[in-house]
Design a protein around this ligand. Structure first.
Ligand SMILES: *Cc1c(COP(=O)(O)O)cnc(C)c1O
Length: 363
């Protein structure tokens, strides 16, 4: 190994890769865990199930955001939010979270030497996410309320105390999350025909659309994709056109009844000639299992919602993927929510440790 290759990471992280395209301080020193550069995995076996009527020419790929440093796409926006916060002299950051924002904020705050306070809905956060926040040393505060109430609370705190808010209402989060769109176009040479993703607080759909628009305006992408958003049926405010007071879904990352970036999401759907649909928990879990068993890609339930939404709209004849290239963003790692796997009736068997017993079982 040469001296320079030992010192230079193969991938420099989101900010060093795209700094001039990101509206953050251009002279800020990045706080990075070398996030981004996630694989865009072709999934031909899953494609056959998602679009059973199509023969052959349907190119489906999953962008596996669970491979980011803290296991979700939130790291793309947290590197920029924390970098800017440090640049502006912040000492502490705060967020409300269904789990992944908390874990990501905690990690990047640790790396920058900032205090991190996270507000989570008691009992509604997946074990792997809680473990992350605690491991990185954040102050974890459970509230007896849901995410939407937590977000109201941290907005008030950030207004009254010298603490920086790092939810996706912070514009620097959006700036970093645009990098997902840049990576897709850099790899494919253009935008895909459709891009599908789960929608919770709607920061990610806002950021992806901003990224595609920017690349298109610069001529780096010749086209822009149509966006397909998916919400869980029990927490589908944008689909229903009204706030959901008590959102419920197994997909805890999108258990949000009043998205902060509702307006931007609606604009992105409109401008991209996109669609948004609601998928039931059963359908999310069925799709989630297919992604794992057909392709070996383990995601958390919310992450499967985008694929489930695509499947549903194809079945309803609302989306035609013949001859098309489609990217689904699978937003978080499956290990974030191990309990859901164990709960969802996958049988295990216990045997004595003998060849005969095992042979009998295998048939
Ligand atoms: C945050 C999150 C979402 C929802 O993203 P929004 O930007 O809130 O719409 C979806 N999936 C996972 C795994 C998440 O962590």
């Amino acid at each position: 190994m040469t001296e320079s290759s030992a010192k230079t990471p193969a991938w420099p992280g989101v900010i060093r890769q795209y700094h001039p395209l990101l509206e953050i301080a251009q002279d800020a020193e990045p706080v990075s865990l070398l996030e981004g550069n996630t694989p865009l995995i072709p999934v031909p076996r899953l494609a056959k199930v998602v679009a059973p009527e199509i023969d052959g020419d349907f190119d489906l790929r999953l962008k596996y955001e669970g491979l980011n440093p803290t296991g979700s796409f939130k790291d793309r926006g947290m590197t920029t939010a924390i970098t800017q916060a440090v640049y502006e002299g912040a000492q502490a950051v705060i967020c409300a979270s269904t789990g992944n924002t908390a874990a990501s904020a905690a990690a990047y705050a640790a790396r920058a030497g900032l205090r991190c306070i996270v507000i989570v809905p008691e009992g509604k956060i997946a074990k792997g996410k809680l473990a992350g926040s605690l491991a990185y040393g954040a102050d974890v505060i459970n509230i007896t309320g849901n995410f939407d109430e937590g977000l109201d609370l941290v907005r008030e705190v950030a207004k009254k105390l010298p603490i920086t808010l790092v939810n996706s209402v912070n514009q620097y989060r959006i700036e970093g999350q645009k990098s997902g769109a840049f990576e897709i176009v850099d790899e494919l040479g253009d935008s895909p025909d459709w891009m599908c993703l789960p929608v919770g607080n709607a920061g990610n759909i806002t950021a992806y659309w901003a990224g595609y628009k920017q690349y298109h305006e610069k001529g780096i992408a010749k086209s822009r994709p149509r966006l397909l958003g998916a919400q869980a049926a029990g927490s589908a405010p944008i689909v229903r056109g009204e706030i959901v007071k008590n959102p419920e879904t197994v997909a805890t990352a999108i258990r949000i009844g009043n998205p902060a970036r509702w307006h931007e999401a609606a604009a992105a759907l409109e401008e991209s000639d996109g669609k948004i649909t609601a998928v039931t928990d059963d359908f999310i879990l069925e799709t989630w299992r297919m992604i794992a068993t057909l392709e070996g890609i383990f995601v958390e339930p919310a992450s499967a919602a985008g694929v489930a939404g695509l499947r549903q709209l194809i079945a309803q004849g609302e989306v035609d993927v013949q001859g098309k290239q489609v990217v689904c963003i699978v937003t978080g790692h499956g290990l974030k929510d191990p309990e859901i796997v164990l709960k969802s009736a996958i049988e295990t068997v216990t045997l004595p440790p003998t060849f005969e017993a095992l042979e009998r079982f295998l048939g």
